[in-house]
Design a protein around this ligand. Sequence first.
Ligand SMILES: NC(=O)c1ccc[n+]([C@@H]2O[C@H](COP(=O)([O-])OP(=O)(O)OC[C@H]3O[C@@H](n4cnc5c(N)ncnc54)[C@H](O)[C@@H]3O)[C@@H](O)[C@H]2O)c1
Length: 345
Amino acid sequence: MKTWNFGIVGAGLIADFHAKAIADIPNAKLVGCCDIVSARAKELADKNNCQAFESYEELLKSDDVDIVTIATPSGAHMEPTIAAAEAGKHVMCEKPLDVTLERIDAMTEAHEKSGTRLGGIFPYRFNDSQTVLREAINSGRFGVITYAGIYVPWWRTDEYYKDSWHGTWKLDGGGALMNLSIHMVDMLCDVMPPIESLQAYTGTLGHKIEAEDTAAAVLRYTNGALGVIYGTTASYPGRFRRFEITGTKGTVIQVENSFTVWQFAEEKPEDEEIRRKYGQIEGGGGVADPAAITHDNHTRNFKAFLDSLESGKDFWISGAEARKAVEVILAIYKSTKEQTQVKLN
Ligand SMILES: NC(=O)c1ccc[n+]([C@@H]2O[C@H](COP(=O)([O-])OP(=O)(O)OC[C@H]3O[C@@H](n4cnc5c(N)ncnc54)[C@H](O)[C@@H]3O)[C@@H](O)[C@H]2O)c1
């Protein structure tokens, strides 16, 4: 079995989770990392027994590296992603892929041109409860879906926004939505038909940052269903995230990785077991503390990428797929700015 050698670009908070995920995959190995702050790269390299490089350009020169994970601030994903394509390396890029559609499209084009792969990192898609929910939706158990909405009432301290990039338009691309609620926006993109149009308001109410810390949008999907996106980082002390979906034959309320409601007009034998298995609310790490998450779903995300490379099949969270959540969030910002309904492509 081939061992896939990884390099990590950006050695901050999430890089540690990438290193742990890579360590958990038998046919993956972390061989190098870099950061513009060389002490951070050295610390990550020492901890993981790999090489610290001075820059991503140096890391990409290494013949050892097959796949690069991008863990720089969100508005600094494009440059290393394109450079990696030009160096013949595959890329797994953190959410959001980048902060504008133009930058994302340039990333996708660079990988198409070089024949390398660009995969998105959206760990929530790999939660077991999301898999069970996806199956129920795809098998038509909700009847006519009439509503699907997400609620992300989180809390971040002023300290969180004191670094050089969180809450800035240039490097975070937004605030509560683009950085955090995007996980849940992507879960809507995963299981629902595309959003046809939306109308939104955002506010910067609880923090002194450039971008929004609170947002609310009303949606209409292409199948006619309605929905809501609510995301904030100004809701002390931070509460569990929630996904509600309902239709003419069923309702599910997913809270974190659990279900507080799992009810269908046509009950199936497995429903009782699903209610039992997912009845206890678990997770909740990210509601107020960005580091209180596990790396398990990163492991699944990375493993799925390797499986797709080995099988030659398309990767589920391709560049085009990971782009969708950014497109929705940018439409919310546009609707707010122009005080109008925005139609999506
Ligand atoms: N999937 C998740 O659950 C999750 C969680 C947290 C963060 N993220 C994403 O990961 C990315 C990084 O977030 P973070 O919290 O680790 O940020 P961070 O600030 O802790 O780390 C970013 C690191 O990148 C370095 N850097 C900046 N420009 C660079 C460059 N050109 N070359 C090399 N290094 C560079 C910085 O010096 C810093 O050490 C963001 O896009 C964020 O949205 C994802």
